[in-house]
Design a protein around this ligand. Sequence first.
Ligand code: C2O
Ligand code: CU
Length: 463
Amino acid sequence: MAARMTRRAFCGALAGTAGLAALPLRAAGPQTLTARVATAQIAPPHYAATEVWSYDNTLPGPTLRVPQGGRVVRRLINDLPVPTSIHWHGIRIENAMDGVAGLTQEAVPPGGTFDYDFTVPDAGTYWYHAHTNSFEQVARGLSGALIVEEAEAPEVDRDAVLVLDDWLLTPEDAQFMEPFGHPMSLSHGGRFGNLLGTNGTFDFARDVNANARLRLRLINASNARIFVLQLAGLDGWTVALDGMPLPAPEPVAAELILAPAQRIDLIVDVTAQDGDTAALLRLDDDDQWRPQARFPVHGKASATRRDPPSALPPNPHMTVSGIDSARRLELAMEGGAMGRMSGAMMHGRSMGFREMAQQGQFWALAGQVGMTDTPFAQLDRGETVRVKLTNDTAFPHAMHLHGMHFRQVTEDGSLGPMRDTILSYPNAPLEIAFVADNPGQWLFHCHMLGHAASGMTTWINVS
Ligand code: C2O
Ligand code: CU
């Protein structure tokens, strides 16, 4: 009897093997993301291809899609000539997987690997990018979209990820202009590209059907550019910001502001007619609206106008309670060109602005230049915190907190949408609040990446 069972089990196993052998061969082992040098035709075809740093040879990196509550398991293989690491921007992740070189992990040396393995609690539009010398590595192309899918996604005809970026290229041969950390850009608004585009090309276009309903996932992957956007031949609703669903869809504003690292999810209907081109437009420095993404329209409008979409299902833990009794902190942003800062603390000693500048540092957060041994704030797990952000500089800053989302506390005490990156304008203080429910060491920095590299990076500890 036992022998017969064994034999049957054996035959079954054999049959299984035969079946598998008929499948095309697939590499065994973990899924990977390989950071490596590649070329990409970002600029118009009469220019050379640009040498970029890529994930898996593509610009932007591959779009990762994972169901809400699922796991992202990726082995980073570093084929670059420099150390690197990956940060999963906006994911309320476990600290050890946050990818911050020097804080949550060692940078992965050339030839090395690191296994990222984490669950994704929240549905929405997120992204991943290098977090080692980000001001250079992200500018060279090391970023991609990370889409966490709702169990029941809203009904749309097309789900389109639009990674907005700009690239600063030499006009002669379309290679990245160096140095990446030029004192002029560090101390001013940051590194702005002279070529703008979407999904790795200057003239991104996708055909759409008349009357189609699209979900557009806008991601600003640029180093410093604040995109000002408008829809043409498209009409609809904003349904999520920085991955987090709005309580109700909101009609798209006349102008959408998308600061570095921010995301906006739109659900829009194509209102342009057959033969026209719908578009996402951006406002350029010369005050002209130009296409950031084009959608040539085909086919006759069939269905009549559809009902507005319902709200996306909320993510867990979106409530920021205990605002009134919350601990209050203040984070002053200071420095930069045309600023008033005379100096700040750097590596434990006070330093004048000129001496800071000689070391390539131009900014301070709460009086400190760059990373400190002790955190800006030591928080108890679960406590609610309010942080007042004062911008005493001549530039806007896109402040990003790792590990937790926050809400803006508006003047009248009501709470704004849940975000992970907020745009702060000069002399317009604002306040954010969050529940410190994710233990670990979390960066809090400006996502104008040159600013982050020249002083605007601090951290908090939650334990
Ligand atoms: Cu998008 Cu500190 O990162
Ligand atoms: Cu900044």
